[in-house]
Design a protein around this ligand. Structure first.
Ligand SMILES: O=C(O)[C@H](CCc1ccccc1)CC1(C(=O)N[C@@H](Cc2c[nH]c3ccccc23)C(=O)O)CCCC1
Ligand SMILES: [Ca+2]
Ligand SMILES: [Zn+2]
Length: 303
């Protein structure tokens, strides 16, 4: 029987039609994308509601991933490809490590699991409980958030604790805005499927979802690795300020240069301001972009 790259299609979590890069082998079509200029592949698995990783390769008999239980895999696969394309086309970065490593995702993790994560090797998505979350791979910004954790791990390597951890979190939120290029909200497409207009976080208005937006309101806690998902509101607001001032095309280049050239494992918020200022100067000189970055961070009380 013939084997090799194939083009399939399916419906995502929100019922949206999308094309899929698949692979025919022994009469089955797999979510296994060999079409990118990477050494590895983009491949999607299902844990079938267990917690064993990676689980089982997502496959279909006729290359049409149209059943309800395939929707999470359809989106995980398509959004991983879209996020790979973003980093490759925008910065020439080949996969999260810059070395074309395979991008692996597993959906249907756990039972009614209201979360998602990068576990150091792959992306993992729960189905949500249908009230707090729909399947989390159904949100491009969540997929981009998770894959950016991998990029950060292979570049700045920011430790996941206190200010470096909140900065790590913020970089994933800010790059999810760059990838989705739609809004300043995170997770709106998967969060509270029965309620419209809300999100998990807002970069333009962090306090709307319980996050600080100024150093005066930094939360000192031992929970959540020092409140990394709370205190990210401060650098997130600075990121919003920056994008609003100079536009997304310049902001993404400044952020990527800071992430890959200047930031390190223990960089704090003030180090981030300095890294972004240096990146702005490197790329655009000491002009309006530089001033916008300075003002963006002064506005949130970081100097
Ligand atoms: O990647 C991350 O930063 C988050 C990883 C969370 C995690 C860490 C370690 C083991 C398991 C899970 C996942 C996301 C997150 O921000 N989670 C937050 C908010 C959250 C989602 N589901 C929750 C359920 C309960 C409490 C909080 C949450 C958190 O875990 O805090 C990112 C985008 C959407 C989900
Ligand atoms: Ca969004
Ligand atoms: Zn995160």
């Amino acid at each position: 029987t013939d084997a090799g790259a194939a083009s399939g299609y399916g419906y995502g979590v929100l019922g949206d039609y999308k094309e899929l890069n698949t692979y025919l082998s022994n009469g089955s079509y797999f979510l296994y994308d060999v079409t990118n200029p990477m050494n590895g592949v983009i491949e999607t698995f299902t844990a079938e509601n267990g917690t064993y990783l990676p689980g089982y390769r997502s496959s279909d008999s006729n290359n049409a991933f149209t059943s309800g239980n395939q929707a999470a895999a359809v989106d995980a696969h398509a959004y991983a490809d879209q996020t790979y394309d973003y980093f490759y086309n925008t910065f020439g970065r080949n996969s999260y490590d810059g070395n074309g490593s395979s991008i692996r995702s597993t959906v249907h993790y756990g039972s009614n699991y209201n979360n998602a994560f990068w576990n150091g090797q792959q992306m993992v998505y729960g189905d949500g409980d249908g009230s707090t979350f729909a399947p989390l791979s159904g949100a491009l910004d969540i997929v981009a958030h998770e894959l950016t954790h991998a990029v950060t791990d292979y570049s700045a390597g920011l430790v996941y604790q206190d200010q470096p951890g909140a900065l790590n979190e913020s970089l994933s939120d800010v790059f999810s805005v760059f990838v989705e290029r739609e809004d300043y909200l995170l997770g709106e497409d998967a969060y509270t499927p029965r309620r419209s207009g809300d999100a998990l976080r807002s970069l333009s208005n962090p306090p709307a979802y319980g996050q600080p937006e100024h150093m005066d309101d930094y939360v000192y806690t031992n929970a959540d690795n020092g409140g990394v998902h709370t205190n990210s509101g401060i650098p997130n607001k600075a990121g919003y300020n920056t994008i609003e001032s100079i536009g997304v095309a310049k902001a993404e280049k400044i952020y990527y240069r800071a992430l890959t050239v200047y930031l390190g494992a223990y960089s704090n918020f003030s180090d981030a301001r300095a890294a972004l200022l240096q990146s702005a100067a490197d790329l655009y000189g000491n002009g309006s972009e530089y001033d916008a970055v300075a003002n963006a961070w002064s506005n949130v009380g970081v100097y």
